[in-house]
Design a binder for this molecule. Sequence first.
Ligand code: APR
Ligand code: PHB
Length: 392
Amino acid sequence: MVRTQVAIVGAGPAGLTLSHLLHLEGIESIIVEARGQDYIESRVRAGVLEQTTVDLMVQSGLGERLLREGLVHHGVWLNFGGQRRRIDFDDLTGGRAITVYAQHEVVKDLIKARLDSGGQILFEAEDVTVEEFQSEAPRLRFRKGGAEQEISCDFIGGCDGFHGICRPSIPEGVLAVYDRTYPFAWLGILAEAAPSSEELVYSYHDRGFALFSMRSPGVTRLYLQCDPEEDLERWPDERIWAELLTRHSTGDGWAPRQGPIVQKGLTGMRSFVVEPMQCGRLFLAGDAAHIVPPTGAKGLNLAVADVAVLARALAAFYQSGRRDLLKRYSETCLRRVWKVQRFSWWMTAMLHRFQTDNAFDRRRQLAELDYVTSSRAAQTTLAENYVGLPLD
Ligand code: APR
Ligand code: PHB
């Protein structure tokens, strides 16, 4: 049996960042991950980092490539009713910004940082189970390369995403679930085309929402609202471009630049929270505890905020025997989680077409977009949430 202080399930942004922050506090951890390294280093996900996330990464020594290659955006565009209007983060938030840097690049940097400082990440672990976490001596069991393995630890970080095993291992009756699904999804593409706008464009259109984003100076990322059961076979490249150009049409002549489509996928839309985010010595963080719809790109940022709270609480425990921060972990995280849930839901509701909406609702949405882009108070609300609320 192997021993460590904190056993972590999942090498996504949550698990890797937790392990990194613990290392900086002199706390040992082992990460157990179901997939292989290549797989998680190339998985295409969102790519917008809040100022809060960037600051945390830079302060914890992960800023080198991020500051060199990340694209700093000082605003975003909302496009509706034939007008494109800009929300100026710089002016509204006193110089805060977002950085476009793909999630798998964050994951690569984190894996490198862990491995360079002797951290252990056990990839391709099968049948992981978490045990005895309501006692002082939790354990992790799994198989790797056909052999049974066991890790004993003081605490378990449940960072295994929405479909992981940590949350379902918590006994029935402990967790309350708060859930909402949306009657649409996003069809997302990556195109080899230099982005035609320096900043993101969120378009509200009668045919549905569309988003213009990017990954690098040569790669554009675009999304279209579609049916959750959409069959990608029905979306040849020409149809995707035609729909994108229609929904992104503006009065000022701006349009996304086209190029070869190199990746296509569907992203589901869901809001989900469990309370509490802990049970005994098992602490859930990131997608294991909550999901946001992608409008506003908060998933990764929320995961990083959770583990910052957890790492601080664990450091207080190991340095001075304090248990109060660990006890309050869930409460501390949930205050932020619910604010971010509200923001992601609000952006989604403001920008998408709901089939049950009538002409009144459409007018109401246009009025909201007009208000949000013309009142300084409303613009500030959007901007301060978008660039990231401060960590508690
Ligand atoms: N055993 C071990 N590892 C597992 C298991 C399991 N049973 N189940 C899942 N995992 C791994 C997954 O393979 C994945 O690498 O846990 C990791 C969870 O990572 P993410 O899903 O990326 O979740 P998280 O780290 O919380 O990051 C949240 O990721 O889902 C996106 O958009 C979301 O940006 C958000 C961010
Ligand atoms: C992305 O680039 O993937 C992205 C950007 C903004 C969002 C969602 C996703 O709101």
